[in-house]
Design a protein around this ligand. Sequence first.
Ligand code: FAD
Length: 290
Amino acid sequence: MRPTLSFEFFPPMSPAANLRLWTSVERLAPLAPNFVSVTYGAGGTTRARTLAAISTIRERARLNVAGHLTCVGATRDETLEVARGFAKQGVRRIVALRGDAPKGADKFEPHPDGFVSAAELVGALREEGFRDISVAAYPEKHPEATTLETDIDNLKRKLDAGATDAITQFCFDTDTFFRFRDAAAKAGITAPIVPGILPVENFAKMKNFAGRCAAAVPAWMDQAFGNVETDAEAHLLSVSIAAEQCSEMMAQGVDHLHFYTLNNPDLTFDICTAIGIEPIAMQGVVGGTA
Ligand code: FAD
């Protein structure tokens, strides 16, 4: 069965990056995603850019857009005001996050009048009337969590507070994802757990980023990327790794895939076509009602 899709973008910082975002949206829209999402800088650093990107994608591609929202460095009301701004742009889905500590700080400290966790934010968003709320999940546990079990308890708190599904941090070991899904089910979680798929655009950069997220990079990936000689080979390798992971997941009942596109449409597009998802002809509204 064809899985449903979502594509994550980050808000651009320059006119050139803006063009790249738009090119990415145009290229991926014919794959008819259920929604696309736009990230939000912790501390509100991208507030205006996230809103602008949401509005452009909605107006020009008429896709369903989810806004990411974090609680860092803002009062509860300031955070909810951003959510209300999203709603004014027609956004119905929020990816509700706590966010990381700002640059220079070694750990997250809630604003004195702010939300202390994503679970608290989810509860407040429900009261604001949002019904589609995704939260983050970590198959290899969040770096600050003491154990995977306490982190799964936290995921359950977010879902019990009203979140509708969880999107995972990327995780290259597919069995780890399945073990996490089983452990979550054992803890009483019934909401969908959507795997976040990270196409590898630049192996060295990805490894650095994975280190910061405490996501493991298996030794076989080091070896495989160590052997590639050209950009074309690296592209093919990235596509085949992600396509194989998606196929294994689909065979085990995963019916929605979330892609961290990094605003690079080619890898995501090629992975989707490699797993049998054909682009559709663009005719007006794409991906359902916007
Ligand atoms: P929470 O769920 O609040 O958890 C944070 C930590 O606190 C965890 O270790 C948790 O176990 C622990 N915890 C929380 N409550 C309790 C409790 N009551 N008792 C014990 N432990 C507790 N970051 C951005 O800045 N912008 C984005 O747009 C963004 N998008 C993301 C999208 C996805 C799909 C994912 C997976 C992550 C994203 N992030 C983003 C990163 C995220 O903000 C960080 O990982 C952040 O450090 C944690 O956010 P959270 O929502 O998971 O926090």
